[in-house]
Design a protein around this ligand. Structure first.
Ligand code: HDD
Length: 697
């Protein structure tokens, strides 16, 4: 359901579904001119077998409109998914800013958020190894404020002038147009290995952050230092953070590959389903506030977008929360046409001199003109502010809002028309600037490895292993050995264990010399637990999904016990069965299936239960997809609950009795469900990974 305010506010402009009749209501099909159509099945012809006539205006209009349905997809972040929401402020920042959205406690501000992948095109899949966009638009009463965030707090490059090169290198090569939606190719790693400033970002992108389990379990980061400006005109710096209430979670790479096949829409379906089920995701909005003194003292430049400020040094203060609970009415009207811009700020919020941010401020407005085709894209309901708009801008393609009356200029003698207001209008922060004009990279941006190392040492051993595995996977897809070697030379400046693991994985005959570094990499930055996903696990199954494989005759008490317990935890169960019609349980009742086993791969679930009768187990042991169901769950370190008979299926799936570890929970009755679901709260039984993955050797 879309935000009702949005539909009410913009009648007749595409924001509402007024053209779609409500259920049971009979409406007559019309042309765009409102003329009723008599025949929508056959075009106008001369005789039964004659040629079609140009005179058929309905046919012509219909085809013409269809031919023009597509607009250019976004040059990056083409594949996205948008939802409506609401932000509520819990703590006022009035000492720091005049922005009403950040000072009026209890005030609720409508929002629209678009999640995205970066590299793949609109029709690519959800689980590519990639950064995720997390762009948020706040429709504040002082105008629209956008935080065009990612799920990673740093970026590849320090200066926007390199953005086209970065994206060209990451996207498919121009001659062959592959590989799609992935960075595992020579061009990307060529550019990266020649761009040492990207090394910190590379650690994040090769970590599990780049394969999130759900949009619901991702953090968001505004990346840059922004400015807050208070009533006295004083400024302080701020970094914005979104923290998911359900905790963080990612999938394994092998799982991601399989999810892309089993359900390319995994993330968007997950968000849709959660909202549909009345369990909309929520995030805390946090800020890191710091002043110029801190900026001076801090060991890195706060204007450098390849650096974080560790939360241990400047804590993230939670000031409010947002819930995303409104699905769009129409994907194109809202998700596709929404236009974010880093320059959309409101009084009290400003920019820093981060050169990446400065370049972004130019790019976003420009790209919307290309994509949406008119400077009037702010008239599209999803982009229109929810506060009064008055100015003298007029005309242009698709103008929906033009000045009324004869006055369209200012100053004027007619005494009408909007005028500037020095008291409440937007004022830029009066930062003192000096210096000569030059094309330089600040010397304070020169340390490219120390925080990359800090990120690596902050991870658990399993997460460190995943970073190494990801690098080996990606670089193994590079055909040029010099690129592989050059990357390992960079890794030597980050961590010796990582460099060694990747060199071994790539079969390099010897470790290359460390890449020359502009500044000696530091090894003294302390680990930060906030950087690890596993260390901050939710330890509960809320918002997660259990797949229950059942057969005819499966123990009803166990199945029902699982469903009750998971539901009480605010998790979701899906029944997977040999037939979509479901299975008849031991108590004679039919249980409906949500998935037939062939389409219900275990990669779609956070944990599985296998509840089979002896006959059911004997039958499914013969079935390849059923064997994959359990062997994948085992390989992906999932918790597995099971009835006694299910062990036959395990054995046939290659899970020997000695492989049965603490991640398996035998379920003999309803009472066992609680213990199993509590165990599932750990999300993965990581101890198993070292036994099931050869890369660990
Ligand atoms: Fe960007 C889209 C996030 C650097 C130029 N960017 C875009 C979106 C997100 C980000 C989330 C999708 C918005 C949506 O859903 O419609 N971009 C970032 C972050 C960056 C970043 C967090 C670094 C901190 N971007 C960046 C640079 C440039 C751009 C340096 C250019 C100089 N980004 C664009 C763009 C896009 C875009 C070309 C494509 C579609 C759009 O803007 O609306 O202007």
């Amino acid at each position: 359901m879309a935000d009702p305010f949005y539909a009410k506010r913009n009648p007749g402009t595409g924001g509402e579904t007024h053209q779609t009749p409500s259920e049971g209501e009979e409406t007559v099909l019309t042309t765009q001119q409102g003329v009723a159509v008599a025949d929508d099945q056959n075009s106008l012809k001369i005789g039964e077998q004659g040629p079609t006539l140009l005179e058929d205006f309905h046919f012509r209009e219909k085809i013409f409109h269809f031919d023009h349905e597509r607009i250019p997809e976004r040059v990056v972040h083409a594949r996205g998914y948008g939802v409506h929401g609401r932000f509520t402020l819990d703590r006022s920042l009035s000492d720091y800013t005049t922005a009403a959205v950040l000072t009026e406690v209890g005030e609720t501000t409508p929002m629209f958020v678009r999640f995205s992948t970066v590299i793949g095109n609109k029709g690519s899949f959800d689980l590519s190894r990639d950064v995720r966009g997390f762009a948020a638009k706040f429709y504040t009463k002082q105008g629209n404020w956008d935080i065009v965030a990612n799920n990673i707090p740093v970026f590849f490059i320090q200066d926007a002038i390199k953005f086209p090169d970065l994206i060209h290198a990451a996207k498919p090569a121009p001659d062959r147009e592959f590989p799609q939606a992935q960075t595992a190719h020579d061009n990307f790693w060529d550019f990266i290995s020649l761009t040492p400033e990207s090394m910190h970002m590379i650690m994040w992108v090769m970590s599990d952050r780049a394969i999130p389990r759900s949009f619901r379990f991702m953090e968001g980061f505004g990346v840059h230092s922004f400015r807050l400006i208070n009533a006295k005109g004083e400024g302080c710096f701020v970094k914005f953070h979104f923290k998911p209430r359900l905790g963080l979670q990612s999938v394994l790479w092998n799982e991601a590959l399989k999810i892309n096949g089993a359900d390319p829409d995994f993330h968007r379906r997950d968000l849709w389903d959660a909202i549909e089920a009345g369990m909309p995701p929520e995030w805390d909005l946090g800020v890191q506030l710091f002043d110029d003194d801190f900026a001076e003292r801090f060991e890195f430049d706060v204007l450098d977008p390849t650096k974080i400020i560790p939360e241990e040094q400047v804590p993230v203060e939670i000031i409010g929360r947002f819930v995303l609970d409104g699905r769009v009415d129409n994907f194109f009207a809202e998700t596709e046409q929404v236009a974010f811009c880093t320059q959309n700020v409101v009084p009290g919020i400003g920019f820093s001199n981060d050169p990446l941010l400065q370049g972004r401020n130019f790019s976003y407005l420009d790209t919307q003109l290309k994509r949406l085709g008119s400077p009037n894209f702010t008239h599209i309901p999803i982009n229109a502010p929810r506060c009064p708009i008055h100015n003298h801008q007029q005309d242009g393609h698709m103008a929906m809002r033009n000045p009324r009356g004869r006055v369209n200029y200012e100053p004027n003698s007619w005494g009408v028309g909007p005028k500037e207001d020095p008291a409440t209008g937007y004022r830029h922060f009066a930062a003192a600037e000096n210096g000569s004009r030059q094309q330089v990279r600040s010397a304070t941006f020169a340390d490219h490895y120390s925080q990359a190392r800090q990120f690596f040492v902050s991870q658990t051993p399993i997460e460190q292993k995943h970073i190494g595995d990801a690098l080996v996977f990606e670089l193994s897809k590079c055909l040029r050995p010099d690129i592989r070697e050059r990357m390992v030379a960079h890794l030597r400046n980050i961590h010796p264990d990582l460099a060694q693991a990747v060199a071994t994985g790539l079969g390099l005959p010897r470790l290359p010399e460390p890449h020359p570094a502009a500044i000696e990499p530091r090894t003294d930055l302390p680990p930060s637990d906030a950087l690890s996903i596993v260390k901050r696990g939710p330890m509960r199954f809320e918002g997660r999904k259990l797949g229950i494989l059942v057969s005819h005759g499966a123990d009803a008490a166990i199945v029902n016990g699982l469903i009750e317990t998971v539901t009480a935890e605010r998790g979701v169960c899906e029944i997977v069965a040999p037939h979509i019609t479901g299975a008849r349980l031991s108590d004679g009742a039919m249980i409906e299936a949500q998935q037939k086993i062939d389409g219900g791969s275990s990669v779609l679930y956070d944990a599985i239960a296998v509840i089979l009768s002896p006959e059911g187990a004997a039958m499914l042991a013969q079935d390849k997809t059923a064997r994959d169901f359990v062997s994948d769950a085992f390989a992906h370190c999932k918790f597995i609950g099971h009835s006694e008979a299910a062990t036959l299926l395990f054995e046939k799936a290659g899970i020997a009795p000695e492989d049965i570890d603490e991640g398996f929970v035998a379920l003999t009755g309803k009472a066992d469900a609680k213990a199993f679901v509590t165990a599932c709260g750990r999300l993965r039984f990581w101890d198993r990974e070292l036994k099931v993955d050869l890369d660990a050797a």
